[in-house]
Design a protein around this ligand. Structure first.
Ligand SMILES: NC(=O)c1ccc[n+]([C@@H]2O[C@H](COP(=O)([O-])OP(=O)(O)OC[C@H]3O[C@@H](n4cnc5c(N)ncnc54)[C@H](OP(=O)(O)O)[C@@H]3O)[C@@H](O)[C@H]2O)c1
Length: 242
């Protein structure tokens, strides 16, 4: 039987990359998407091949839901005849208070956080049911504690959380669908140290999370979590209880 296959969106860098690496170490073959990180994607694909994994980097703009899910599906089908895990991790961390928010910004975050994840699940539904697979959606603690500086980012992540629950019901009993809501697991580039310290004072475990913390949880949900579905798991060092 061929190895299990995971598809990870936004897999070339940061958290998505850690998920890819963990799953590859665990024996999954990998398809992952990227948009602007072409060099990182090519290097990662090469490294996965060297480790003996089948791997495919797919360029797709997930703010274009009319085309991106089809490009991803068609590319995957060229190399893989099964999909066991879909991780929707690609994201647009788009700042914008009420007055600064435009139609175009709303369109983009809705497309990448809601429409494309839904359409990817639609495309891969039969394969996921066939493999008794798993979907993991990357949400955000900010979905339940919205930050006005990132108004529509937060709202679109909340919508993804709701979609996670709806899909969990729709795809049961063959497929589990869960979400991960991180606090901070990798700081945005250039995030001021004083702000980091302020945030960490409110984290009972006293540190930021790591991309590997996320990757370990994704791996658990895809291998051991067969009785877990429709859950949004906070991965926040306890930030949500302070
Ligand atoms: N980092 C954290 O502490 C944290 C906290 C809470 C939630 N999360 C969630 O966890 C997930 C991973 O976090 P992260 O910090 O690694 O995310 P990120 O760096 O903000 O974004 C991940 C990837 O999304 C891709 N992307 C951006 N625009 C795209 C588009 N139009 N089409 C396709 N792909 C696009 C980028 O790919 P390219 O580089 O190839 O352009 C990027 O590498 C995200 O869903 C995020 O919202 C993260």
């Amino acid at each position: 039987m061929s190895a299990k296959v995971a598809l990870v969106t936004g897999g070339a860098k940061r958290v998505g990359r850690a998920i890819v690496e963990k799953l590859a170490d665990a024996g999954f073959d990998i398809a992952f998407t990227y948009l602007s990180s072409q060099a990182e994607a090519a290097a990662l694909e090469h490294a996965l091949h060297k480790r003996g994994r089948r791997a495919m980097a797919i360029r797709a703009d997930l703010t274009q839901p009319e085309s991106a899910p089809t490009i991803i599906f068609d590319s995957c089908r060229q190399q893989f005849d099964r999909i066991d895990l879909l991780v929707n991790s690609a994201s647009l961390y788009l700042p914008g208070k009420l007055r600064a928010t435009t139609m175009e910004m709303m369109r983009k975050v809705a497309a990448i956080h809601v429409q494309s994840p839904l359409l990817l699940v639609q495309k891969f539904e039969a394969m996921l049911r066939q493999s008794r697979g798993h979907v993991v959606n990357m949400i955000d603690l900010l979905a339940e504690r919205p930050w006005p500086d990132y108004l529509i980012y937060c709202a679109s992540k909340a919508a993804l959380g709701n979609l996670t629950l709806g899909l969990a019901r729709e795809l049961a009993p063959e497929v589990t669908v869960n979400g991960i809501a991180p606090g901070v697991v990798e700081w945005p580039p250039g995030y001021p140290e004083s702000e980091q310290e302020k945030y960490l004072k409110r984290v009972p475990l006293g540190r930021a999370g790591t991309p590997e913390d996320v990757a370990n949880l994704v791996h658990f949900l895809a291998t051991e979590g067969s009785y877990i579905t429709g859950q949004i798991i906070r991965l926040d060092g306890g930030r949500s209880i302070t």
